[in-house]
Design a protein around this ligand. Structure first.
Ligand code: CA
Length: 238
């Protein structure tokens, strides 16, 4: 999972990237807002760390710009700042940062803040187990279980269907277009046709049909797909 690091001080950037890699993420480092824009156009990261003071466009201006565009609006942003003044922090949050960290910060705190942000913004990107009704998905072991009447059975599932189901289970009750699913599940700017999504949805329904749960994955005409809690009416989605 990619994390974009926008920081012009090479030493700090290297330290951050080292710690991100250690935590299992894939850092992509750039040293200006302009380079960050180019990078984000190529591939949307899971999260961005943005330093306040940058040569050229400032960190808050970059974040403000991201918030005006549909594609980058949901991008979780953690702002890094040497400015501990409350007014500055408020300005950073007003620009659209989700959280901030004041320099110097501990790398443990940095990793903890990133985890917290990702948990809120992109729960499917964490390796935590997910439960939805009788379905339980374990991303670490890449296993899917179904429990009913006290019996648990493992369902065999392909890697793409697993990722797709992981996304659906962490975002139940919301409709996603094929294009959005491509972005979230396959990564954006991946050149896959939209109908590929239909193929994987069909396979996923095949897996769920083994336990008569295929109706939990609803086709919303003209819009896309939506996941319900298996075996429950649509209104009971949390
Ligand atoms: Ca700086």
């Amino acid at each position: 999972m990619q994390i974009l690091v926008v920081e012009d001080e090479a030493g700090i950037s290297e330290l951050i990237c080292l710690n991100l890699r250690h935590a299992g993420w894939e850092p992509v480092s750039v040293s200006s807002a302009e380079a960050a824009q180019r990078q984000v156009r190529e591939a949307l990261p899971a999260l961005a760390l943005v330093d306040w003071m940058l040569p050229g466009m400032s960190g808050p201006s970059l974040v403000r710009h991201w918030r005006t565009e549909e594609r980058t609006r949901p991008l979780p942003v953690l702002m890094l700042t040497a400015r501990a003044e409350e007014a500055d922090l408020v300005a950073g949050l007003e620009a659209g940062a989700d959280d901030y960290l004041t320099k110097p910060f501990s790398t443990r705190e940095l990793v903890a803040r990133i985890r917290a942000l990702l948990r809120r913004a992109a729960p499917q990107s964490l390796q935590e187990g997910v439960q939805l009704g009788p379905l339980r998905l374990d991303p670490g072991q890449r296993q899917l279980f179904w429990t009913a009447a006290g019996n648990t059975r493992e369902l065999r599932i392909g890697p793409s269907e697993f990722r797709l189901l992981h996304f659906f289970m962490t975002h139940p009750g919301r409709v996603y277009s094929r294009n959005q699913l491509l972005d979230h599940v396959w990564g954006d700017h991946v050149f896959i046709e939209e109908r590929t999504v239909d193929v994987h949805v069909k396979r996923l329904r095949g897996v769920l049909s083994i336990v008569q749960a295929d109706a939990a994955l609803e086709t919303v005409r003209g819009a896309g797909y939506r996941m319900h809690v298996p075996g429950m009416p649509a209104a009971s989605v949390p």
